[in-house]
Design a binder for this molecule. Sequence first.
Ligand code: URA
Length: 451
Amino acid sequence: MSKMNGHSAPSIQEIIEKKRDGECLDKDEIDTWVEKVVDGEVANVQLGAWLMAVYLKGLSPEETSYLTRAMVDHGETLTWPAHWPANLIVDKHSTGGVGDKVSLPLAPALAACGLKVPMISGRGLGMTGGTLDKLESIPGFRVQMSKDEITEILDKVGCCIVGQTAKICPADKIMYQARDVTGTVGCQGLITSSIISKKVAEGISCLVLDVKWGLGSYNGTCENAEVLAKSLSEVANSLGVKTKAVISHMNHPLGLAVGNSLEVIESIQCLQGGGPADLRELVCLEGAILLQEAGLVKSRQEGVEMLAGTLDNGTALQKFADMLKFQGVSKETVSKLLSRDCNNNSSVLPTAKHLSNLVSEKSGYVDFIDAGLIARLACNLGAGRSNPEDKLDHSVGVLLTKSPGDYIEIGEVWAQVHHNTPYTPSQQILKCLSVVDSKDLVGPRIAKVIE
Ligand code: URA
């Protein structure tokens, strides 16, 4: 043990050995570990060894909470003017999925209800683009904003969707990169601290999580999603952020559009009171949970109605327009993009040169369309990344024409592939449409809310 301020500070090696032996690390040991990671005192081999020890031995809920707190404290946090009611500052996080564009309509809809949403979002890896990638389909959209700019946009508009700065949770950045190359990404304690630290650093009071399970997500089963949701909620609540989690499936893509520009168009349809029913349902439920937690409505149903009202009466769309302008998009682009004429809005977004139809080999009711295979197809077309450095093609993707429960005839089109490179459908893709004889088998998108 080395001496620090009269106390014995554990050495890096001692911390690694303790975790290797399956013991629980205390608050000071975890804080020291994170401090040394951020200060560059932990060698890469030591970081890899610690991550593997954590992966194999796990982190208790207390250790996960200490790790999350330390990751927040050893970095910059967002703070808000004292006159802003703290309960009104909220955010959401989704574990990600295929066609998951909920953040785009949700943030402005919440702002239209009077909440403030400082949404720090990410880019996608391994599937289709993340929220920032989708928004970057819009010419001029700027994801990097200073703390002062974020405060100004929250004051004037009520929401923003921005990228993480290097100074927020720097330990997460370092550890995430190391996890990626040491086979230690899929560890519940590490996933929880990584996700929740960035949300706590936003200075929010309430958080809603959308934890996915199914073919197009990294939680294979609903039970796994629930376990992760409980871990995320418990840690966030232990750090003072009131948190609830929605469990929803990702067997079928969310909505009909998969691919960056295509998803922006579908988000705008939702903000205009239309768009696919499953997208609107998730936006309204997640928004209602936050409105209730923030104390603006008494019941979830009242929250759903308030949220739906902002989608139907144009106030959420106006907030989206204001957010885009603040984040660098020209007035002309915004007015074309939000026009109800679809030729106009697609004229400002990148569009693919070629469209190819996928047709059904069978008649019956659509059960689901394998979200994992659609994600792989969209990613191969250029809508997602295999490596962090890959450049995206914002114009490409897949537009489904059928939702679960719809009837389809043999030979009828179920999807349009938007592509810029030569494309021939594989047998696997043709088989990803699951058609059943009875409509009764089609299950709901949302499994439950973890209160
Ligand atoms: N998203 C994150 O930010 N971190 C993880 O570990 C997993 C998903």
